[in-house]
Design a binder for this molecule. Structure first.
Ligand SMILES: [Fe+2]
Ligand SMILES: [Fe+2]
Length: 167
């Protein structure tokens, strides 16, 4: 990877983070009644998304759906088998309770994502029909469920109303 490729990768990471951060800032501004400030945060977030997409395209980070599923499977696998377990261990050493909680929820959900992506990848490779069904996401822990939202989130215990239907 050339130095410029590394820079593009870093720029992609930075723009992606700015996108999420600005959307959270917009939620906060809305709650505080600052409508136009919220709008500017959302506008800038949208612009950062355009930048992120352009950067990722420069390093050919968006491929065929089959390759993208493979990338997702390996990314999620890395997260729940190496990254989060290592982070949790370190947080335990540091007595960082909030970090342990946040890492643990994400870790459990990455394993679920890994299995769902693997399942879809297998079906795509076999030429099987992937049936269209609702997919729900728990807005507290990110738990991702196909079919019907559970009465209580099995990962974090949140009630059914915390599940958002995804298009
Ligand atoms: Fe994930
Ligand atoms: Fe949850």
């Amino acid at each position: 990877m050339s130095k410029t490729d590394e820079n593009v990768q870093d720029a992609f990471a930075g723009e992606s983070q700015a996108n999420r951060k600005y959307l959270f800032f917009a939620e906060k501004a809305d709650k505080e009644g600052h409508k136009q400030i919220a709008r500017l945060f959302r506008a800038a977030a949208d612009a950062e998304t355009a930048h992120a997409r352009n950067h990722l395209n420069v390093i050919q980070g968006i491929k065929s759906t089959k390759e993208n599923l493979q990338a997702a499977v390996s990314g999620e696998n890395h997260e729940f088998t190496e990254m989060y377990p290592g982070f949790i261990k370190q947080a335990e050493t540091d007595g960082a309770k909030e970090a342990i909680g946040s890492f643990d929820l994400a870790n459990q959900v990455e394993e679920i994502h890994h299995s769902m992506f693997s399942d879809f990848l297998g079906k795509l490779e076999q030429g099987e029909v992937i049936e269209e069904k609702p997919i729900y996401v728990c807005q507290y822990c990110g738990n991702t469920v196909e079919g019907e939202a559970p009465d209580k989130c099995p990962v974090c215990g949140a009630p059914k109303k915390m599940f958002k239907s995804i298009d």
